[in-house]
Ligand binder design. Sequence first.
Ligand code: XMP
Length: 486
Amino acid sequence: MRRVEHDWLRKMLWGCTFDDFLISPGWGVAVSRKDISLVSRFSQNIPLNIPLVSANMDTITGARMAITVAKKGGIGIIHRYLSNDDQCKKVEEVKREENFIIEKPYSIFPDATVGEAKNIMLKNKVGGLVVVDELGKLVGILTERDVRYCSGTELIQDRMTKVPNLITAKSSEISLAEVKKLMDDHRLEKLPIVDDDFCLKGLITSRDVENLEKFPLANKDKKGQLLVGAAIGATGDYLERSADLIKAGADVIVLDIANAQSNIAEKAVAEFRKRFPDMELVVGNIVLPGAVKVFNRHGVNGFKVGLGPGSACTTRKNTGIGIPQAQAVYSCSMNSEFPICADGGIKRDGSIAEALILGGSSVMIGGMFAGTDETPGLVFPDSDGKKVKAFRGMASREAMYEKLHAEEADNPYETSSRISPEGIERKVEYRGSVVPIINDMMGHLASTISYMGAMSLQEAKEMFMAHPTEYLIKLSESAKRESWDR
Ligand code: XMP
C-alpha cells in the first residue's frame, strides 16, 4: 500500500544521507534483545527473517555467501559476471544445501560397481547413495563406510544395506519429531522415504535435521531449501539466462543495471514479464519515485534503490550523477507498493537501522562483507605480508574484463580498457567468517529497535513514520564530529 509522504521528512532528507542523522530513543519496553523480531521482506513474495541481502558483486556473492546469509535468515543474490552455466550451478548449489526431504537424492542401480558409486559420491560431494531398481523401488542404501576399503570392481548389491534391514518412512506421515525419534532410536544417518509400493520418494539426512535446529532463522522455501536470488542484465541473453536460472531453482530474479530508470530496463522488464508472468522480479537500480511508478505498471515485485553510494563506486565522482541514499530510499519507498532494498552506502551497523526506518525493507551489503571467508576469491599476502582479498565495483575495469571474458567476447582486455569505469578495485583485509559480522549487525539493529521502544522492526518503522519529528534529528557539524569521529 502506498504511504503518504510526510512533507517535513521529505525536506529534512533532501540532499542527505545516513551520517547526517541520529534517531532519538523512545521509552524502552523490551526485556531482552532476543525477543525482538527482525522479520521483513526482500520483495512481495520473498520473506526475510533478517533484513540482510548480500550484493550481487563478483567479489561478494557466490554460492558460499548466499548459503551463509540464507542460513542466518537473509538472502544472497548470485552475481551475473560469469557464464550462464556457472551462475546456474551456483544457484543449484544453494538449493541443494539444505532440505527437509531431498526429493531427488542421488541414486544408483544395484548391479553398478562400487567404483561408479564412489565417482558419483565424489563428484556430488555426498556421503551416500540410495539404491533403486528399474521401477524406482528402493532396494538398499550405500554409504561411504560400506565401500571405504573396496577396490572398485565389487557390485553395489554385495555392499549395500538391503531393504529388509532398512528403516524407512512414508512421506505423508512424517513430522520432524518423528524423524528425530526414528533417527535417534536406530542411530540413522539417512532415512529414505517411500510410498505404499516402496517406490523411492525422497531422503532425509541427519545433517539436514541438525541444521534445522542449528539455524532456526534459516530463510527457506516450502520444500525446506534455502532461498536464493540471481542477477541478470537488461540486454543480450538476459531472457535465456533467466529461463536457465529459473530452471536451476532461483527464487527471485534481480534485473540489475547501473541506471534502471531507462528505456532499456523498461523494455527488458516488459519482455521478462511477458515470458515469465509469475516469476518474482526485483528491478534496480533506481532512485527516482517516477521510476517506481513506471515499473509498478509492469508488475515488478520489488526495487533495489541506490545510485552511487556503494563503497567501490565512483559513479558520483566520475559523472556527477546520484541522489544521497537516505533521500532516495525514503522517496522511492513512499511511492512503492512493494518492498525496497536499500542498496549501498552501509559503512557502519547503525546505518542499517536508518535505511530501514526511512523506508527500506532490507539492505544490500557489499563492502562490509568484503574480505571474508564466504566471498569468492583467494586470500593472498599484500606487499607488507598482510592477508588480503580483492574487492571491486562491478563497473570497475577489472570486473568488466571478467564479464567480457565470461561472455567469450573477442579481445576482452582491449575492449575493457576502452570502457570508462565507474568503480574501483581494492584490497581489503582478510577478516575470517562473515557470520560474526552478521551477528553484530543484527544485534545492533535489535538494540536500535529496543532503544526506540518497539518490539519488532515493523513496529519501529511504523512508530517512526507516524511521528518522524519525534525521532529524526538532523546533526550539526559538531554533532557529527561528536557522533562519528572515533
Ligand atoms: P556497498 O556500499 O555495500 O555497496 O559496498 C554495494 C553496492 O554498490 C553498487 N556497486 C556499484 N556502483 N559502480 C557503482 O556505481 C560500481 O562499480 C559498483 N559495483 C557495485 C551495487 O549496487 C552494490 O550492491
